[in-house]
Design a protein around this ligand. Structure first.
Ligand SMILES: Cc1cc2nc3c(=O)[nH]c(=O)nc-3n(C[C@H](O)[C@H](O)[C@H](O)COP(=O)(O)OP(=O)(O)OC[C@H]3O[C@@H](n4cnc5c(N)ncnc54)[C@H](O)[C@@H]3O)c2cc1C
Length: 509
């Protein structure tokens, strides 16, 4: 049975917004109703009723959308799937099934406890499977196992035909293969409502992981030292990080405001390809790259230390003076997952990088974070390791993620609370991003964006409406090849009335 929440309902105020409190910008831009569905049949009937009454449906699973694609729907209806959250095996077909409303925390917990399996997916436990897997899905195990969408073998989806009739489909390589590919990575909200993702197999969950936090004092670091550190970090992923024995190594380097109480933090997690942490030589070799920058190495602050291991004497790498914590993978995954913040206003941007940083990029970053602008004080760039199993070339044509050559993925996150400060934060962050991608390192006709032989554009799960000012924004997100025209064709076929649309949805041809 679905539950409908209208403006008069006491739950309305809490449920009309998602994770990013910027949207809707005011009550008039919000929906008139939220329809909570707990089964695929509920979703089909509710969608049919919404379409028949001429309202615009927007779809929500975990509510973590960065832009206004869901909550900004004046007088329309949010179809909310968060109660449709089963994770398990389908006894009829033998497939593993993840319903769209399941949170990543539920996905990790259920798959691990029931089957000792996992899905390579994002770090935040409250992100919903529906939006996340539709847009790719990347996390700590992705270098080892690929993206979430790479593992999907069938999808249950509701589309609306030219006559306004809701059609329930199971799509896979043999049935509606175009729609199947489109739903694996192009982002949610363009073609229909996914009610479940299906998997013929899933990877075995690692037994354990080694974790460490490297911290570099930022306030006393010169621009020259910062450039050298950024180059060294990027260089690892561009060179050594390509080797399969390193694919179990994940790192995220967080660069924010330069101040005495905010060191630069580099969180590292590692397991060998067999899921154990018996041989840490890859990890210690990684640490050794940063020895010249005198980091302090601690157990990550939000983690309780478990077992401590030193680099083993007698291995081909000499013992390093670093200690790391080794603990069960599941424990680490749940601890990192947290609640994902929320309760604030946010703006996000992204860039895929195929090479290490240029000095020009690093200097722009250093100068911005040395300044006192509002955005400098309230932003961070998360520089994630990338590549490994993600970069298997055949996946570019099997899925809708074109970016299969990058070695790092960058995410800008900026948070504040006061609506009166929206414009200033948005402008400053936008100018910062534009400045990084302006110069000789960027292709001449695409200045201001991550375009050229060093870059692979942006990630649709980190949508950024600022990019709409560039006529080539679809190529930034979907690459310069056949993918975007293909997605437009799928849009024509499966959503002929453009029922499912937002500022950055796929445009019909
Ligand atoms: C705190 C936080 C941490 C994050 N961490 C990561 C990370 O580690 N890795 C990563 O890759 N991404 C990460 N993301 C980005 C995240 O993957 C995207 O925001 C994702 O789209 C969120 O999905 P959702 O279902 O929670 O959001 P929603 O707001 O519900 O949906 C997002 C988009 O997908 C559409 N959609 C949702 N459900 C469906 C459905 N069932 N069928 C069709 N369309 C649908 C919506 O209409 C909307 O356009 C993070 C985001 C946040 C806020």
């Amino acid at each position: 049975m679905s539950v409908t929440v209208t403006r008069q309902d006491p739950r309305y105020k809490a449920l009309m917004k998602g994770h990013n409190l910027r949207f809707p910008a005011n009550p008039a831009e919000g929906v008139d109703r939220i329809v909570l569905c707990e089964s695929a049949d509920d979703a089909a009937m509710s969608l049919q009723a919404i379409v028949a009454s001429g309202l615009r449906p927007t779809v929500r699973s975990g509510g973590h959308c960065y832009e206004d694609f869901v909550a900004n729907n004046p007088g329309g209806a949010i179809l909310d799937l968060s109660l449709l959250n089963t994770v398990g095996a389908d006894s009829r077909t033998g497939e593993y099934l993840i319903a769209s409303g399941a949170s990543l925390g539920e996905v990790y917990t259920e798959l691990y406890k029931r089957y000792a399996l996992t899905l390579p997916a994002g770090s935040c436990g409250t992100v919903g499977a529906g939006g996340h897997i539709s847009g790719g899905g990347y996390g700590l195990l992705s270098r080892l196992f690929g993206l979430s969408c790479d593992w999907v073998t069938a999808i249950d989806v509701l589309t609306v035909d030219a006559n306004g009739k809701v059609v329930a489909r199971r799509v896979d390589r043999a049935n509606d293969p175009g729609l199947f590919r489109a739903l694996r990575g192009s982002g949610g909200g363009s073609f229909g409502i996914v009610t479940a993702f299906r998997f013929a197999s899933l990877p075995k969950a690692p037994l354990e992981v080694a974790e460490a936090m490297l911290e570099f004092p930022f306030d006393s670091m010169s621009e020259e030292q910062f450039v050298a550190l950024m180059t060294a970090y990027g260089d690892y992923w561009e060179t050594r990080g390509r080797d399969p024995d390193t694919w179990g190594l994940f790192a995220v380097f967080e660069v924010g405001a330069r101040s005495r109480d905010r060191p630069l933090g580099l969180y590292v997690q590692f397991c060998q390809p067999d899921g154990t942490a018996n041989d840490l030589s890859v990890l210690h070799e990684f640490f050794d790259r940063f020895r010249a920058f005198s980091p302090s190495i601690t157990s990550p602050s939000h983690h309780a230390p478990a077992k401590t291991q030193k680099s083993p004497a007698g291995t081909k790498n000499p013992p390093a003076p670093y200690t790391v914590n080794v603990r069960p993978w599941f424990e680490a995954t749940i601890a990192i997952g947290g609640g994902g913040g929320g309760g604030s206003r946010g703006k996000y941007k992204s860039a895929y990088m195929k090479r290490t940083f240029t000095p020009a990029e690093s200097k722009t970053i250093y100068r911005f974070f040395s300044g006192s602008s509002k955005a400098a004080q309230s932003s961070v760039i998360s520089i994630d390791s990338y590549g490994g199993a993600i970069n298997r070339p055949q996946l570019a044509s099997e899925t809708s993620i074109a970016q299969r050559g990058s070695v790092m993925k960058l995410q800008w996150q900026c948070y504040w609370r006061d609506p009166a400060e929206d414009a200033e934060h948005l402008r400053e962050l936008d100018e910062f991003f534009t400045a990084i991608y302006t110069g000789e390192h960027v292709e001449a006709h695409h200045q201001g964006t991550p375009w050229g032989d060093r870059y692979e554009g942006c990630y649709m799960n980190y949508p950024d409406a600022d990019m709409l000012r560039y006529p080539f924004w679809p190529q930034l997100f979907y690459g310069q090849g056949e993918l975007y025209p293909f997605l437009q064709q799928v849009k024509n076929t499966y959503d002929p009335n453009n029922i499912f649309h937002s500022a950055m949805s796929i445009r019909a041809k």
